[in-house]
Design a protein. Structure first.
Length: 187
């Protein structure tokens, strides 16, 4: 007799986890945002960064207000609240400059991360005489250096990359929502 081993990964078709209509709405929104990135990449990116700034500002204000209720870790909460408020105000006051800065910072961060991970893979590859790991490390370092050498060009391409991901993930989520609907109806 075979024992059934429960999977640690939840089944997304389970109605208690995600109703099918929520997956459908998420897919439609992802598809729309992906199309918006292709139709008007600059305006869509500025709009999303502005929403991020508003979120940070409101999050910082709520973090300050939460100190009235819970004073544990007061120093960290106060520090993070002030950083969120300053970043939110800066983004809302200068959305175009903030967009260029945030995207460039993101590209530079990924570039450094790729170089660091690549160096770790190369070290592991050479220490364990694993050529595949060393090659993977070298590719990662080259990718990171390309990002660090041309951060503004890569930042300008990010909206198109995000648009492609949005479209693909939106279509997948829409298709999967109908699969989840059938699975939930059968249950």
């Amino acid at each position: 007799m075979a024992d059934v081993i429960p999977s640690p990964v939840p089944d997304i078709t389970d109605a208690k986890l995600f109703p099918w209509w929520l997956l459908l709405i998420w897919g439609i929104l992802a598809l729309l945002i992906g199309c918006m990135f292709f139709a008007t990449p600059g305006m869509t990116t500025v709009l999303l960064i502005t929403f991020m700034g508003a979120y940070w500002l409101i999050s910082g204000l709520f973090a300050l207000a939460s100190l009235a209720v819970d004073r544990s870790n007061m120093g960290w909460k106060l520090f993070l609240a002030i950083i969120n408020i300053i970043a939110g105000i800066a983004i809302l006051c200068y959305p175009l400059y903030a967009t260029i800065f945030v995207l460039s910072f993101f590209v530079i961060f990924i570039g450094f991360w790729a170089c660091f991970i690549g160096a770790a893979h190369m070290f592991q590859g050479f220490s364990s005489k694993d050529a595949g790991n060393a090659v993977l490390g070298l590719i990662s370092i080259i990718f990171g250096l390309l990002l660090l050498c041309m951060p503004l060009i890569v930042a300008a391409l990010l909206p198109y990359i995000a648009g492609a991901f949005g479209i693909v993930l939106g279509i997948i989520a829409i298709a999967y929502s109908f699969t989840a609907k059938k699975a939930q109806a059968a249950a």
